[in-house]
Write a protein that binds this ligand. Structure first.
Ligand code: SF4
Length: 374
């Protein structure tokens, strides 16, 4: 990159930090900020800009609370989760040390709506593009609940996002569709009343983002080198912060290589395959298990004839739509998962989830029995 270009990127960065500072200090929309932090490059840059802007202010000016919120789907790629844990810990520690008004939070799906409780407990078939039951429950709802809580507590909340026009045509169209709230650079959230969106890096290109991350130390300590390594190993791409159904197409597509390791919506898993290709062979059993979940999805022997409500269902052409995985198939999946977990040597399903799964099975067996005797 030429010196002039690189200078202009750095100038752009200073402009962004200044803009973040002014927006933070503006009194017209003095609501808490919620940074949607996925640990990927774009949200890291946004957190970096906010952190840096806060450091330029006198303590008396830092009155607006800033929440750095990341979501754990509980089936997140383990390497990405480890990175997220490390960075959020550093942000939390450094923020406290510098007396910045930062709260680091982690959201999760409701206990009865996790991937395993729904798939193994209730027998939901492995998600695919026409029946993608996971995004809403694993990603949208947990983050939305956090935002809504702040909206009801403070009257409104501002969600600070690392979305950029140049990410994709789809993203550009979504960004261009909504006008700013009069007299501000904020837009209204499409599905959460009272929530506003602020996009400080909307006009940066991917190259700009990498160049800035490579040019500056992380303000919470250390460099962004681990992030570079993570992307190199995963061969790029990320599963972004997903706030609404409109933005959800980015989740579970070939662009979302940092998505759930269990993602059966993608044709081939890329999140872990990239890591395996770069020498991390411990992830092989996880990829094989995900592939098996894809294979068994439409096996009639593993699916109930009736839906969970006991009814036979047909589509418009009269074709029978099978129901959930049978209890036997669910047991088989749990056994398989526990074997993979043992081989892998780290938690892939929690004991709370297993307890809940057993409870759901007990209720389903009772229902099946009463239907048989009806
Ligand atoms: S990454 Fe895949 S499994 Fe995870 S929420 Fe998105 S579509 Fe669903």
């Amino acid at each position: 990159m030429s010196e002039t270009t690189s200078l202009s990127v750095l100038d752009q960065w200073h402009e962004i930090v200044n803009n973040v500072r002014e927006e933070y200090l503006s009194t017209t929309q003095n609501y808490p900020w919620i940074i949607g932090f996925s640990g990927g490059k774009d949200s890291t840059l946004v957190a970096h800009a906010v952190f840096e802007a806060l450091m330029t202010m006198a303590p008396s000016q830092r009155t607006r609370p800033v929440h750095v919120v990341s979501n754990d789907t509980m089936v997140e790629s383990p390497l990405v989760m480890a990175h997220l844990d490390e960075v959020t810990y550093l942000i939390d520690e450094a923020g406290r040390g510098l007396d910045l008004p930062i709260t680091v939070a982690r959201t999760k799906p409701d206990p009865d709506k996790t991937f395993w409780v729904l798939l193994i407990g209730k027998g939901y078939p492995s998600p695919n593009s026409s029946m993608r039951w996971c995004t809403d429950r694993l990603k949208i709802q947990p983050t939305s609940t956090y935002i809504k809580e702040n909206v009801s507590k403070h009257g409104a909340a501002i969600v600070v996002l690392g979305v950029r026009r140049s990410e994709s045509i789809q993203r550009m169209n979504t960004i261009n569709k909504y006008e700013n709230v009069r007299g501000t650079q904020l837009t209204e959230h499409t599905s959460i009343p009272g929530a506003l969106i602020y996009r400080p890096i909307v006009d940066l290109t991917t190259d700009d983002v990498w160049e800035i991350l490579g040019s500056f130390q992380a303000p919470w300590g250390g460099t962004h080198q681990k992030l570079f390594q993570l992307y190199r190993d995963a061969e790029g791409g990320e599963c972004p912060v997903v706030l609404s159904k409109e933005e959800a197409p980015g989740c579970g597509t070939k662009n979302s290589r940092f998505g759930c390791w269990t993602c059966t919506v993608v044709e081939k898993d890329k999140s872990l395959q990239g890591f395996i290709d770069s020498g991390k062979h411990a992830y092989k059993p996880l990829v094989a298990f995900r592939d098996w979940l894809v294979d068994i999805r439409n096996d009639p022997a593993r699916r109930s004839a009736v839906r969970r409500n006991g009814r036979l269902t047909f589509d418009l052409t009269g074709k029978h739509i099978p129901g959930p995985f049978t209890i036997q198939a669910r047991r088989e999946i749990l056994d398989g998962l526990l074997k993979v977990q043992e081989e892998f040597g780290a938690t892939l399903i929690t004991t709370e989830e297993i307890d809940l799964i057993h409870k759901v099975w007990a209720t389903d067996l009772q229902t099946e029995e009463s239907l048989a005797h009806a």
